[in-house]
Design a binder for this molecule. Sequence first.
Ligand code: NAP
Length: 251
Amino acid sequence: MSNPFDLSGRVAVITGANTGIGQGIAHALAQAGASIVAVGRSSMDETRQLVEKAKVPFVEIKADLGTIAPVSTIIEETAKSLGRLDILVNNAGIIRRNDAIDFTEEDWDVVMDTNLKSAFFLSQAAARHMIENRSGKIINIASLLSFQGGIRIPSYTASKSGLAGITRLLACEWAGRGINVNAIAPGYFVTNNTTALREDQERSAQILARIPAGRWGEPSDIGGAAVFLASHASDYVHGTVLPVDGGWLAR
Ligand code: NAP
């Protein structure tokens, strides 16, 4: 039997692939054989080097996902440069921290637009392409805040809870059309997103004490789940939000 996790010949679009979790996913999908389209607003040089070591094609698309303006270009450029689109990973995301009582409209809108609105409309554009082939995999990067409330991150919690809901809705609409829509909920990972938390020694120690695995996640910890949800191994998995959290939610 052929390897159900093999991604040879597939084309994967990953947003926010220059660093952190997005880079970890790009690296893992490339190692499983997928061609990589790295989408974002910063230089992808580091990711390019990692992907090219896996000897698969790499394409970079510059796009600011703070609005949905670049959505159609991303899909068109992908089809033009690599001829197909099999996997979309909606990873680009931001966080704004402030007490709910002081939270501004700007901090609400920018997070919701980047984390939720762009992910939805990019999924829509990708799905129009995937439906023609009756085949595709969409993976949303959710969060523990898709399950929990948290503190001082109202728009982040709203966006990630919304992303879990949209994951389920799209799965219901598109499962019968050959597209798997699922999400990964990372726990606490060492990336730019958590710099402020890790610099707060008290908060950082409290978080670590609650993680059954006894350590924060590294971007390389996320790759296996992404390969699973991008591959034939997950063909009957629809609308799930898979925690990769060192056991945080189990506690
Ligand atoms: P990160 O290092 O800050 O990565 C965020 C990525 O999103 C970067 O590539 C960033 O690009 C990109 N991005 C942000 N705004 C963008 C925009 N307007 N247009 C295009 N790209 C944009 O943090 P990370 O932890 O790897 O975050 C990746 C995803 O995982 C996010 O959705 C985050 O919410 C989620 N997540 C992280 C954790 C964690 O513990 N770290 C936990 C749960 C979920 P720039 O580098 O150019 O800013």
